[in-house]
Design a protein around this ligand. Structure first.
Ligand SMILES: Nc1nc2c(ncn2[C@@H]2O[C@H](COP(=O)(O)OP(=O)(O)OP(=O)(O)O)[C@@H](O)[C@H]2O)c(=O)[nH]1
Ligand SMILES: [Mg+2]
Ligand SMILES: [Zn+2]
Length: 296
């Protein structure tokens, strides 16, 4: 009797975010919807891929922030060289820049993870005597999905995997709401840190060491925030401030704004007011990223 052995060829891909094995040819991970191009397009096996997550409530300004940040890096701000990997990586930058050029804010990010933007860039900081390349993946998460995951952990597996695998985190909070006395941003921040603790299974004796930048957005509406973001947090987001002190081992505070002046428009047929960005004026966009990049 002869036995025939069949060679099973498996050219599948392990998802970068959740690690699930995916069949040949798929575009997105069947488990978490992250693009498999993040693994397939990788062109440098030497440098390790690092994930930096931008988290924050819906409408805080994550998409606008990420779009401008990538655009600044692409324009060699602060001596950075920035190479996009895969054409899909440029979408967030393009959406933000083209909308803002027409005096519009970009649309809200859909809740479905398969429609999020995923930016994959190789970034190099050129100093006098050395060049350091970073292989960075930065997803643009939807605030509503994040809120749903915080309320019911494991609803969005992708968020759970992302927070567990991140090498750095930017937590965006609405400074103008906080300055107006709203407790919303404070509680969101507290929930986010508590979630992070649970994902990292940190106990009271060990603090989370992942570099965490607390970014106070929309600071154009409360410019005092730029003078001392640390003090602003202590005064206006005191619950978050206290938790940062007790739970985070590596945290810094920043203020940021992307627009110079705003107009508010409505029409007799509409019962809502639209915010129109009259001009772009970037302030404090690069600093939180630089602080994290230095530590990766
Ligand atoms: N004043 C001011 N408003 C801003 C700024 N950035 C964003 N906004 C406002 O915030 C809104 C939301 O911005 P997005 O970047 O879409 O917010 P997001 O966090 O991505 O929201 P989701 O996609 O729902 O998670 C915009 O439509 C603007 O009205 C800023 O720098 N200053
Ligand atoms: Mg968004
Ligand atoms: Zn996955």
């Amino acid at each position: 009797m002869t036995t025939t052995y069949m060679r099973v060829q498996d050219d599948g891909t392990n998802c970068l975010i959740c690690g699930a094995r995916n069949a040949v040819g798929g575009a997105q991970c069947a488990e978490c919807s992250a693009p498999l191009a993040l693994v397939r397009d990788r062109n440098d096996e030497q440098t390790q891929q690092k994930i930096v997550t931008i988290l924050g409530d819906s409408n805080v300004g994550k998409t606008v922030y990420l779009g401008f940040l990538l655009d600044m890096l692409s324009q060699r701000a602060s001596n950075y060289t920035c190479v996009p990997i895969g054409a899909h990586s440029i979408n967030v930058q393009q959406t933000v820049i083209s909308h803002m050029a027409q005096r519009m804010f970009p649309p809200k990010t859909p809740m479905e993870a398969d429609q999020w933007y995923w930016a994959y860039y190789q970034i190099c900081k050129q100093t006098k005597n050395k060049q350091e390349w970073l292989d960075l993946v930065i997803p643009d998460v939807a605030g509503e999905s994040l809120a749903a995951e915080l309320a019911n952990p494991n609803t969005f597996r992708v968020i759970n995997s992302l927070t567990g695998k991140s090498a750095g985190m930017l937590l965006l909070l609405d400074a103008s709401q906080a300055a107006n006395g709203s407790s919303g941003p404070d509680f969101f921040g507290v929930k986010m840190l508590t979630y992070l603790d649970a994902v990292n299974r940190a106990d009271r004796r060990s603090r989370v060491q992942m570099p965490t930048a607390i970014v106070l957005c929309k600071a154009d509406l409360c410019p005092e925030c730029f003078d001392d973001p640390r003090r602003f947090t202590e005064v206006n987001l005191c619950r978050l401030w206290n938790l940062c002190q007790s739970r985070l081992g590596n945290v810094e505070f920043f203020a940021c704004s992307t627009v110079g002046s705003l107009a508010y428009a409505t029409s007799p047929e509409e019962d809502f007011v639209t915010t129109i960005p009259l001009h772009t004026a970037l302030r404090g966009v690069l600093e939180p990223f630089e602080w994290i990049a230095k530590q990766l």
